[in-house]
Design a protein around this ligand. Structure first.
Ligand SMILES: O=P(O)(O)O[C@H]1O[C@H](CO)[C@@H](O)[C@H]1O
Ligand SMILES: O=c1cc[nH]c(=O)[nH]1
Length: 236
């Protein structure tokens, strides 16, 4: 049963899994928000945990950085462990002047410079979109929790260090709220394997202003997004 990248036993994962990029954030979510959380996999130190939230089973496992990494973990979770719902909880760089540090973004869809979805779709452009019920549940959950969210598209880039920052301005002109590195890959995996996926992001950097959150601030802001993600996970 173990896959090349996940050592859990059958049934170890809940039907819904939250996915940050950073394994330490996965542990933080498990220890802070889940009841009875237990470690179910730690291959390559990419720890995954399963516990309960409001009495419902929920898992959290990191996916690493970039489309290839999220594609591996998301595929194995869905195909080999029966996870049907994946909610990415990540960070992003804002490219809109009115989207400030600490804001939470609901990524309805993702443009990308990655080639994976074209590879997947025989050279055509795939509509890399979130599951509508999850997106609606996230917006409702955020309202109920008093967390302001912006809903729109993001740009999933293979390059954290873009050689020409003009790409961020172009993405903004074409409507992107922010830049990150996995949503388009996650949505492609979900489309291929019939799973539901959503990406929630906290703005940790402002790419137009060159402003950045401190690591303490990142943690605090991240927790608002986690509350929204958990409420979404048990509602939708
Ligand atoms: O905070 P995470 O979820 O890792 O997301 C963002 O941060 C990483 C880059 O620092 C990339 O993975 C990007 O998508
Ligand atoms: O991909 C990312 C994530 C956070 N901040 C950025 O500028 N880019």
């Amino acid at each position: 049963m173990p896959t090349p990248h996940i050592s859990a036993a059958p049934g170890d994962f809940a039907p819904v899994c939250l996915m940050p990029g950073d394994p330490r954030r996965a542990r933080h979510v498990a220890e802070t928000f889940l009841d009875d959380a237990r470690l179910v996999t730690d291959v390559r130190s990419m720890e995954g945990f399963t516990g309960t939230y409001e009495g419902r089973p929920v898992s959290v496992m990191a996916h690493g950085m970039g489309v290839p990494s999220v594609s591996i973990y998301a595929t194995e979770l869905v195909r080999d462990y029966g996870v049907g719902t994946l909610v990415r909880i990540g960070s992003c760089g804002s490219v809109q002047p009115d989207l400030d540090l600490r804001s939470v973004v609901v990524a309805l869809g993702a443009s990308t410079d990655s080639g994976v979805n074209r590879t997947r779709f025989g050279g055509h452009d795939l509509a890399a979109v979130a599951d509508f019920a999850l997106a609606r549940a996230a917006v409702d959950a955020a309202d109920a929790l008093g967390v302001a969210v912006r809903v729109g598209t993001v740009f999933t880039s293979d390059l954290f260090y873009a050689p020409d920052p003009a790409i961020n301005e172009l993405a903004a002109r074409l409507g992107a709220l922010a830049v990150e590195m996995e949503a388009a890959g996650l949505y492609g995996v979900a489309a291929e394997h019939g799973a539901r996926a959503l990406t929630l992001l906290t703005v940790s950097d402002h790419l137009l202003d060159d402003a950045h959150l401190s690591s303490d601030d990142r943690q605090r802001s991240f927790d608002d997004m986690v509350r929204v993600a958990l409420a979404t996970a048990v509602a939708a």
